[in-house]
Design a protein around this ligand. Sequence first.
Ligand SMILES: [Zn+2]
Length: 67
Amino acid sequence: MDEETHHPGEQAVGHVACARCGTTAESGTPPPTWLCAMEDGRRLYFCDDCARLHIRAIESRLDSVWW
Ligand SMILES: [Zn+2]
């Protein structure tokens, strides 16, 4: 009767929220304009507005990995 079913490796289905401003995607799936980033094994989504602001930080972080 418990609905606490965990699926390791699968992303939580139900609601997608921007990791920065908390905006939720109505459809339950992130719009193609949203940015997806992996952090500590978790999948984070950023709305298009936040992605635009955040893209530099994400890109620079990725760059540092490549150094
Ligand atoms: Zn946002």
